[in-house]
Design a protein around this ligand. Structure first.
Ligand SMILES: Cc1cc2nc3c(=O)[nH]c(=O)nc-3n(C[C@H](O)[C@H](O)[C@H](O)COP(=O)(O)OP(=O)(O)OC[C@H]3O[C@@H](n4cnc5c(N)ncnc54)[C@H](O)[C@@H]3O)c2cc1C
Length: 313
């Protein structure tokens, strides 16, 4: 996906932005991306495209020169945009992709730009259990599909039936949950192919809505107690290495609450990287890399980034 697109390897003509395909959606040049992300850092998108609908997105991609990189943004709750901004076209799916619909056989369709919490609420209202965990993830369904988002023992792959995507060439594809190649916070197919998810179908199990809402409230309470959810953060910075908790490693290496420029690992949850106000993307990434190096040197454990880092330094 976006981080699989190597920056700078493409020979784009200097005036490539003058010949973008016709479209009905909105285009913005040099649009600052920081406001579109939770960490509130990073430079502009060369081009930001907000498609009017799926047909608009299909046509745009079919006619977009193949050398132009495409990056998709959800609500930026797991992304660090570097200070130099993002090359090529950044696509953000808005309202036209946010519908949630009840389907037969205890299933729900959700557009990719619906928030996970909206799907969770819709499932509870429909008396469908299994999607409560989505209330604890502040991203979109598109982001959840890519990240196999989850919490407290449940993850996207447990409830996903199939996902709907558009390829970089502008072809529609349907992917089963097996096709997604899921593992912990990872979908193999999104590493191998450039896909723009437009929606997905989820399977629920019938239950009493009141009980479902109670379980969602318990998840919210647990999160509020444990995570800095009102900070400028990107959620879990590192994946939990096999047999370890990333936060315990960051803590044990002495990095909890230490300021580095305006960047810090949260005193409340040591795996949450925070922009305390004035951090640059470079500060945040440098702190993350320093901590990775220190944890490897002191504790002999390799930490891998969960936050997706995109763009030019
Ligand atoms: C306070 C906080 C708490 C969090 N808690 C959790 C948690 O408990 N569990 C958990 O799993 N995560 C958690 N996260 C991380 C984050 O919410 C999830 O990874 C979420 O799924 C990201 O969704 P997003 O829409 O913000 O995606 P973004 O951050 O915008 O993007 C993430 C990746 O998905 C890709 N992407 C997004 N939309 C699409 C699309 N439509 N098509 C193709 N690619 C797309 C992007 O290119 C990028 O590679 C937390 C984050 C924060 C800030």
């Amino acid at each position: 996906m976006s981080d699989a697109i190597p920056s700078g390897e493409y020979s784009m003509s200097p005036d490539w932005r003058d010949s973008l395909p016709r479209r009905r959606g909105r285009i913005a040049f040099d649009e600052p991306l920081a406001p579109y992300t939770w960490l509130r850092v990073g430079g502009p998108a060369d081009v930001l495209f907000l498609p009017a609908d799926e047909a608009d997105l299909l046509e745009f991609l079919r006619h977009l020169h193949p050398t132009i990189p495409v990056t998709v943004l959800g609500v930026g709750s797991n992304i660090l945009v570097r200070d130099g901004g993002v090359e090529g076209v950044v696509i953000r799916l808005g309202k036209p992709f946010a519908a949630i619909r009840a389907m037969d056989h205890h299933r729900l369709y959700s557009g990719a730009s619906a928030l996970d919490s909206q799907l969770s609420k819709a499932a509870a209202e429909a008396g469908l259990a299994g999607m409560e965990f989505f209330t604890g993830v502040p991203g979109t369904i598109g982001g959840a599909l890519v990240m196999n988002a989850g919490c407290y023992g449940a993850e996207t792959k447990d409830v996903l039936l199939e996902a709907y995507a558009i390829t970089r060439q502008g072809e529609r594809v349907i992917l089963s949950v097996q096709d997604m190649g899921y593992s912990y916070r990872r979908s193999q197919i999104t590493h191998e192919h450039e896909l723009i998810f437009t929606g997905a179908l989820f399977q629920g199990v019938t239950d009493d809505p009141a009980d479902i809402f109670d379980r969602m409230a318990a998840i919210t309470a647990r999160r509020e107690a444990a995570q800095p959810i009102r900070e400028k953060t990107g959620g879990s910075t590192f994946k939990n290495p096999q047999g370890h908790s990333a936060w315990k490693l960051v803590d044990a290496a002495g990095w909890r609450g230490k300021l580095f420029g305006g960047a810090m690992f949260s005193p409340q949850h040591a795996n949450f990287l925070i922009n305390t106000g004035e951090a640059s993307a470079a500060d945040l990434e440098a702190l993350g890399e320093t901590v990775r190096g220190d944890v490897a040197a002191q504790l002999g454990v390799q930490l891998d980034w969960e936050i997706k880092r995109i763009g030019r330094p």
